[in-house]
Every structure is written in C-alpha cells, then in structure tokens.
Ligand binder design. Structure first.
Ligand SMILES: [Zn+2]
Length: 596
C-alpha cells in the first residue's frame, strides 16, 4: 500500500481521529468496552475513507494493555508496533498482492498457534475481494471454526464480490465517503501543523478533487507542499492538477449557451494555454454539464461536482437558459467525444468539434414543445410527418427522412459520422416522438384491427379542409385514406362528394356498387364516416349516401381514387411540407430532407 508522507504522519491513531466515520468508531468502541467483540469484521467503503486505519485502531484497542474505554494508549510497545505495521500478533495480508491460496493456507496452519505476547491474534486482510476462490474456501474453513482469541478484519471496496458464506460470518460496517467540509477541515489542520499558509480556495480544490477520499486528498496535499513552498494559492493547485478555474468553466459554458462558438473556442484555447490539460479540462466540463443537468432537472439539493458552491447561481441561470433537453444533448455529445479521445493524437480537434456542435444545438426545449403539440393534434397540418413517424401509409404520404431515424443504428466505423450520430441520438432522445417507428408500430400491431379505428377517433389529426366548393375531392381523399379494412374497400367505390348544405355532404356511389352503398349506410359505418368528415372540415357534418347515376364504375372516372401506392393526400403536397416551420426545424436539427 502506497502511503504518502502526510497520510502516514497524520494517520488517525484513535477512534475519535477517524474523520467522517464517527458512527463506525462509536459502535466499535462500545463493543470493546462491553466485551462484545465479534470474531470477524467486514469494513467496506470507497478507497481512502479510513478502513485500514480503523482496522489498526481496532487491533490496538483489543491488544493494548493500557486501553481505556475502548481507546488504545498509543504509547506502549504493542500500540507502536501495530501503528508501524509490524506487530507479531497483528498480521496484515494484502489480498491484492497475495492472491495465491498459499498465504491463506499458512494462515490456516498458523491460526491455531497462540498469540505471542498479546491477548488476540488479529488478521487484517486488505482488498479481501481480490482473493481467489480457493483462498476464500480455505478462509471459510477457518471462519467456520474460529479458534478462541483470533479476530479477523476484512477490508474491501467491493463487498458485493464476496461470497455469501463469508459475508454471513462477518459483522459488517459500511464506511461513508467523507464530506468535503470534513476533508477541508482536516487539510487545514495539517497545513497549520506543517506551518504552511494555504488559501481556503486551494483547500477546497484539493478536497473536491479527492471526491470523498481522505487518502487521495492528503496525497495531493503532499505534492502541493513539495511544489508550493510556504504559502499555497488556488492557482498553484490548478497548475499542479492541470485543471482550469471555476470562472473559465463558467465563461466557456456561457459562450456555448449564447451560441457564440467563436468565443467558446477562444476560451478553450486560453484554458489550454494557461496550463489546463486537455483530458482534465474535458473531464471538468463533463462534470460541469452534469451539474447543469442536475439543476435543469430540478434537483436543487444535490451538491455540485464541478465548481464551488459559490457558483451555484451562475449554473442555475445557465441551466435555465439551456433547458433540460439541451443539457442532456450537450452532456451526451461531450461524453461521446471524451470516450473517443483515448489514445489518439487529434483529441483536441475532437473536443473542439464537440464544443462547436454543442454551440449549434438548437433550442431543443422549444422543439420538444412543438412535438407535444404535434402529438396532441394542435398542429394538424403536420399530419404527414407524424404519419411517417408512425410508419403508417408510408407509400401514400410524403415522408420526412431523418426525422424517423431511430437511435438503434449500428455503430459507424468512421469516427466523424459517429459524431453526427451522437448528436442525432441525443436529439432523438430529447425528442421522443421522433425516436422512430418501432415503438408506435409495435403498439399498432398489438392493437390489431382496432388500430385504425382508434386512429380515426383519437390520434390522427387529419388535415383540415374547409367544407367549401373546390375541396370536395381533397376531403374525399382524406376520408378514404383514414379508413381501413372493409370500410375502406367499400369507400373506395365512392366516386363523388357533394356539398348539399352548410353541414351536409352527399357521397355518391355507382349503381353497380350498390352493395358498398348498403354496407356504408349501416349506422355504425355512417357514424364512422360522419366522425371523419367532421374532423376533417372542423365542424359537425351529416353524411348521406346516394347513387351516382352518371357512371357505372369508378375506375376510369375518379382522378383521386386511391390505388395501391398512389397518393391520396391531395392537400399535403411536398412543397407545403418544406415550407412548414416545424418541418424546417426537423430538417435543421436532424439534417433531414423531404422525399416524395
Ligand atoms: Zn497501548
């Protein structure tokens, strides 16, 4: 185990000195004072939170002849040799380096040998989850019949990797990650003891960097003392760690939020020139975007990971300006860039590409609102886009290609298109109704023959046409295209629609198709037709069926009669689509194009 000078010198020596683990310390002290000490303990928690320190303090408390109220004296030979890690009765095994079962075998053969000078023989096994299966089995045999006066302390960062047979024989203590304030306070004490002046902002940077690990914070602090001399400023920490200041992160994000890509690139360049390392800086930005996402999601109680709490106001404003959808997309674009930056020489270009893309993210919040409106039918003229997205009537409507591209695509071998894919995925994720036909298609299939009826009455916002002369054929085409099965095949025989009053229309059918007329005159069918026409023209309409005396068959006479693969939506022309503001937005965001 690699301990730095500071970590070693300032290692806690008594239960009360283990920062951030007061609950565990109190429970252990009480157990010792009451004489209720378990045979085996499991200390689990993140790295550097005091597990091994606590194990040694426990060992000292058990074996120190002068222990009082569960605390060791730290003066006697026993205490000092345990602190130094070479006591004859306290054996430390590093599970990570002694993976073979030999150590555990020798442990088994020696475990019955009495302790040399102290009351207990204590085995501290660090990183116990690294032991092999055979080693675990050997260990289990010892645990099943523990000799009197033998204690085990297992330390691990990954308790879930331990077999249940071991777990069930241990008393378990979960060590929490250490609060930043506690780490800062401990570092401040150390600085004071060392006679070094350290700016509070510098302490905070070190503590934040250590992310809850006291050992990491002390190791960083050690380097800083070697580097900074008698007084240490925040800029020293930035230089040592190769990271950028909070202000730089905030300014760069500000430029992105304002879509000033020139400014964003300049600030990025300036940060690298002032000593920030590319990978570190991108990590910082990722953490910053994560904070924005958390704020945009409304989780205001969660601590910031990227910058000081003093910056919370700035971040809140940026999160509001971007909106959750854009925060998600930005985070995703940058995360993908970072994942691809490993081990390549053009990492900087990838990072810059990501920044420019982020600065070009359109207002996804607005887009998402429009999609909501589209779904609820408030933008009825956009029917065809939705129909295409549903994978319905694909042959008969204009399709917006790209808008229907789902995220489930095979990874592209070429790195640059993957970037585009990333953004599209992000956007698609942000805009669920455009995420592809799969989901709604599945739904449709499961609904079987009820599907189109449901669509007629609920979800299809039909294009509207006025109930006025000149629009008869448009209305008729729209009616037919929205029908299905039997009704549709009979309705295809309708040759004309005539407006016979302010709220009346007449469908005419050639005499030779009188069976179709009879079918459509059934009350349920007539009701269906009336509902459809009512929705298409936007007001309540009565429908009457009549015999068309002028012709015998519809096949030659009707220009807009629907045939397979032929357009029936006479009103929705490709040009209209292209000029629709929503479709333009789809085209801009997804790189889509309208195809016939
Ligand atoms: Zn002692």
């Amino acid at each position: 185990m690699d301990y730095t000078v500071i970590a070693r010198r300032f290692r806690p020596q008594a239960f009360g000195e283990v920062v951030g683990q007061e609950m565990v310390a109190q429970a252990l002290r009480n157990a010792i004072a009451a004489g209720r000490v378990a045979h085996a303990y499991l200390f689990t928690g993140a790295r550097g939170v005091g597990k091994t320190s606590m194990a040694r303090i426990l060992a000292k408390s058990l074996n120190c002849p002068n222990a009082r109220n569960g605390d060791p004296c730290n003066q006697c030979d026993v205490c000092q040799s345990i602190s130094a890690g070479h006591d004859v009765d306290v054996l430390e095994i590093d599970g990570a380096s002694n993976r073979g079962i030999d150590d555990i075998r020798s442990l088994r053969s020696n475990v019955n040998v009495k302790s040399m000078r102290s009351r207990y023989k204590i085995y501290i096994i660090d990183e116990v989850h690294m032991l092999t299966k055979d080693a675990f089995n050997a260990l289990l045999k010892t645990l099943e019949e523990p000799p009197p006066n033998v204690k085990f302390v297992f330390c691990t960062t990954e308790a879930q990797k331990l077999p249940d047979t071991i777990l069930s024989r241990c008393q378990r203590f979960d060590f929490s990650t250490i609060e930043m304030a506690a780490i800062i306070e401990r570092l401040r004490q150390i600085a004071e003891a060392e006679g070094v002046k350290v700016e509070p902002a510098a302490l905070e940077l070190v503590a934040r960097r250590a992310a809850g690990s006291m050992r990491d914070s002390q190791s960083l602090f050690d380097q800083l003392l070697a580097f900074g001399g008698d007084s240490i400023a925040a800029t020293d920490v930035l230089r040592l760690l190769g990271i950028a200041s909070d202000d730089r992160l905030a300014d760069l994000t500000d430029a992105l939020v304002k879509r000033r890509r020139d400014k964003a690139l300049e600030l990025f360049d300036a940060a690298l020139n002032s000593g920030a390392q590319l990978g570190e800086f991108v990590d910082q930005l990722l953490a910053y975007f994560r904070d924005l996402m958390v704020l945009a999601a409304g989780a205001k109680e969660i601590g910031l990971m990227s910058v000081s709490e003093e910056q919370r106001g700035v971040l809140s404003q940026q999160a509001t300006a971007w909106g959750l959808q854009t925060c998600l997309a930005a985070l995703q674009i940058l995360a993908e860039a970072k994942a691809r930056m490993k081990g390549i020489s053009y990492g900087r270009a990838l990072a810059e590409l990501a920044l420019v893309r982020i600065s070009m993210l359109d207002d996804l919040e607005n887009l998402s609102e429009m999609i909501q409106q589209l779904r609820s039918g408030k933008l009825p003229a956009l029917f065809t886009v939705q129909a295409a997205a549903r994978g319905e009537s694909a042959s008969s409507v204009s399709r917006v290609e790209g808008a229907v591209s789902g995220p489930a695509k095979a990874p592209h071998p070429d790195p640059l298109p993957t970037e585009y894919r990333g953004e599209r995925e992000a956007s698609a994720a942000a805009a669920p109704s455009l995420s592809g036909p799969d989901e709604s298609q599945k739904k449709s299939d499961s609904e079987g023959s009820d599907r189109v009826i449901a669509a007629e009455s609920v979800s299809v916002p039909a294009p509207t046409f006025p109930l006025e002369p000149g629009f008869e054929m448009d209305i008729l085409a729209q009616v037919i295209s929205n029908l299905s099965d039997m009704t549709k095949s009979h309705a295809k025989n309708i040759t004309h629609l005539a407006i016979s009053g302010p709220n009346h229309v007449v469908f005419t059918i050639p005499r030779s198709y009188h069976l179709s007329k009879q079918y459509l005159e059934r009350p349920d069918q007539l009701g269906r037709l009336e509902k459809l026409v009512t929705r298409i023209v936007g007001r309540s309409v009565r429908v009457v069926l009549a015999v068309d005396e002028s012709i015998n068959a519809p096949s030659e006479a009707i220009p807009s009669a629907p045939k397979a693969g032929q357009s029936v939506e006479g009103g929705m022309r490709r040009l209209d689509l292209e000029h629709d503001p929503f479709v333009q937005k789809v085209i801009a965001v997804f790189g889509a194009k309208v195809i016939p």
